[in-house]
Design a binder for this molecule. Structure first.
Ligand code: PLP
Length: 401
């Protein structure tokens, strides 16, 4: 039977303390115990249903975690203060000194910087590879490799990972496949395709209102317990905990994610087709010209579409900057990093979200100067948006048909 992530969210039922239709927010950092023995047992992880201290867990964080685990089809989940606050403890939990990571070379700049510049301090090395080539991925594995890391749809080049293929390799070599699914919530369900750990930056589509940072790790009960362990759990000890007030507000936004993703996908798909017809170099997984279009189709939960992210190349950074400034002036969106907002957001990744990647490496992976990354908004009238964007391009003499 097809996996129905939005049904899984909707089927959860929560009530507040006084019968409220939303769960009560646990506005406490610490919790009392009626007996000292129960407090001791809770420390030892043996008192189910008891709360100790909110860095470890809180009722509000557990509600949000439960909803996100239902969405991804994993046993459970742990919410964190940011996407990076989810990614970094996962790597640190799975790897120790001497271990090795095989990672996609096209990933969010912060994750790239963490693996390239930060983890070597702990003697954890990473090989960055073209994730779309399974033979290259397998060849990079050494006897010390512990983790295979990728994004289902990569930032910013929108490369698509063959999660089932990667999962086979991971199983064969006894590695954990960790997938960041930030760009494709609901559309792709990595755990159902064999990922061991699924991560999101909740900052983006899932929260959807660009008013907070947040993250989540979805996985087995055993792995999430390990992350929360008071003695050696990376989430517990590195301390990137989400605040209860915030997890309550993210949970409320999560309930409209299915409707928002459908509209993001519909609008992005419309613009991508128009831009491509205009002769602009356009990358969108929903276009037949995308090298992994068929792969995406084979993995996707169809009703959510190919997502809200697309890129175009307008030839040079100067042209890209001029176009973005003009589009902002016309109120077609904002010149801003991040994604998943109701307004369209655009940025030139080479000089912003991927600036941590050295220029020669950017060139090698196809990250060109004139590339603009769009997170397409929820515009009610996308035809009008397109016509106005086209006018901007004509004014700036960008070559279009
Ligand atoms: N993963 C991806 C794919 C991202 O685009 C980002 C942020 O841009 C992150 C992770 C990091 O998330 P956060 O900013 O919430 O720490």
């Amino acid at each position: 039977m097809a996996f129905k992530p939005a049904n899984n969210i909707q089927d959860l039922q929560y009530f507040g303390e006084f019968g409220g239709v939303n769960p009560s927010i646990s506005d406490s950092s610490t919790y009392t115990f009626l007996s000292a023995k129960t407090m001791f047992d809770t420390f030892e992880g043996n008192a189910d249903g008891c709360y100790l201290y909110s860095r470890h867990s809180s009722p509000s964080n557990l509600y949000l975690g439960e909803a996100l685990a239902a969405m991804e089809g994993t046993e459970t989940a742990n919410v964190t203060a940011s996407g990076m606050g989810a990614i970094t403890p996962v790597i640190m939990q799975l790897c120790g000194s001497g271990d090795h990571v095989v990672s996609s070379r096209t990933i969010y700049g912060g994750t790239y910087a963490f693996l390239k510049n930060f983890t070597p301090r702990f003697n954890i090395e990473t090989s960055f590879v073209d994730i779309t080539k399974l033979d290259v991925v397998e060849a990079a594995i050494t006897k010390n490799t512990k983790v295979l890391y990728c994004e289902s749809v990569s930032n910013p080049l929108l490369e698509v990972a063959d999660i089932e293929g990667l999962s086979k390799i991971a199983k064969k070599h006894n590695l954990k496949l960790v997938v960041d699914n930030t760009f494709s919530p609901l559309s792709i369900s990595p755990a159902k395709l064999g990922a061991d750990v699924v991560i999101h930056s909740l900052t983006k589509f899932i929260n959807g209102s660009s008013d907070t940072v947040g993250g989540v790790v979805c996985g087995t009960q055993e792995f999430i317990n390990d992350l929360r362990n008071v003695n050696d759990g990376a989430c517990m000890l590195l301390g990137s905990t989400m605040d209860s007030l915030r997890s309550a507000s993210v949970l409320k936004n999560l309930r409209t994610l299915h409707i928002r993703m459908q509209q993001h996908s519909k609008n992005a798909s419309y613009l991508a087709e128009k831009f491509e017809n205009d002769g602009l170099k356009t990358v969108y997984p929903g276009l037949k010209s995308h090298p992994s279009h068929e792969l995406f189709k084979s993995m996707m939960n169809k009703q959510y579409g190919f997502g809200g992210m697309l890129t175009i190349d307008v030839g040079s950074l100067d042209k890209a900057n001029e176009l973005m400034e003009m589009m902002q002036e016309k109120n077609l969106g904002y010149l801003a990093v991040s994604l998943g907002f109701y307004k369209t957001l655009f940025s030139a990744p080479g000089s912003s979200t991927s600036s941590e990647i050295p220029e020669d490496e950017q060139e090698e992976m196809g990250l060109s100067d004139g590339l603009i990354r769009f997170s397409i908004g929820l515009d009610a009238d996308i035809e009008r948006t397109y016509n106005m964007m086209r006018e901007c391009m004509e004014k700036l003499s960008i070559e279009i048909n």
